[in-house]
Design a protein around this ligand. Structure first.
Ligand code: FPP
Length: 245
């Protein structure tokens, strides 16, 4: 039985989030420029997106560029933005063929004009697709998202649009970039690093965390199936006891 066949299709994670790490180290190991790591990373993106759509996993969120990534050398930032534009141009057909809706979270206004325009175009052209929502976290940082949320809610309080006693978790959820997405069920990070790096801090409150040594450019659908099988062998208690479940 293949790994894919062993997966229980009734118990798939509804929302899978991935920290795609290790592009630089992959390139270094091969004596290549870091940009080659990112280029090969886009191949892994394509394979994982297709595999998720096929299962299907209804929500897939990829950490493509963090607020902190702006501090990388300009050449590398330019490469990542160029890859974003070329991938969007190239993959619009894959998205359409697989009925995938593209979404983006983060401080999108800080993206270069060309990348912003291309992104908005693909979001518009795929907005009626319904099999899977693929969210790219771009210029995304969880602390920035939470700060923005607090500012917006404070302003509503100041303008008497909401009373402080009515602020609950759903009000906060509705102000996050992820307002249209469910909580994360499974978070995967590649490359052996075991940290969250300012990604979806609020949304992973009850997520299962899965870390793998595989570097992102080497990540293939079999690795994804292993992670899902591992997830399906865990007991998610959400604060309750085993007996209560
Ligand atoms: C982390 O590897 C990866 C990134 C900062 C960018 C991820 C981007 C891609 C996979 C390609 C473009 C994506 C899309 C959606 C078109 P790293 O550079 O931090 O690796 P290192 O830790 O080994 O240096």
């Amino acid at each position: 039985m293949t790994l894919e066949d062993q997966i229980d299709k009734e118990r798939l994670p509804r929302h899978l989030a991935v920290i795609m790490d290790g592009n630089g180290r992959w390139a270094k190991q091969k004596g290549l420029f870091r940009s080659m790591g990112h280029e090969n990373g886009t191949k892994a993106v394509r394979e994982i997106v297709e595999a998720c759509a096929k299962l299907p996993i209804p929500y897939l969120t990829l950490y493509a560029f963090s607020t902190e990534n702006w501090n990388r050398p300009k050449l590398e930032v330019d490469t990542l933005m160029r890859l974003l534009v070329s991938s969007l141009k190239k993959e619009i057909k894959t998205l359409t063929d697989n009925n995938i809706k593209l979404n983006a979270i983060g401080n999108l206004d800080s993206l270069p004009k060309k990348a912003h325009r291309e992104l908005m175009d693909v979001i518009e052209r795929t907005k009626s697709n319904s099999r899977m929502t693929l969210t790219l976290a771009l210029s995304y940082g969880s602390r920035e998202e939470i700060t923005k949320t607090i500012k917006e809610i404070s302003l509503k309080v100041k303008n008497n649009l909401i009373s402080p006693s009515n602020i609950d978790e759903s009000v906060i959820n509705n102000h996050l970039y992820t307002r249209d997405l469910p909580d994360v069920d499974l978070l995967i990070r590649t490359s052996g690093e075991e940290r969250i790096s300012n990604f979806l801090l609020w949304q992973i409150a009850y997520a299962e965390l899965y870390f793998t040594e595989t570097l992102w450019p080497d990540y293939r659908k079999e690795h994804l199936y292993e992670a899902i099988l591992n997830y399906q062998n865990r007991e998610r208690r959400f604060g309750k006891t085993s007996e209560q479940l």
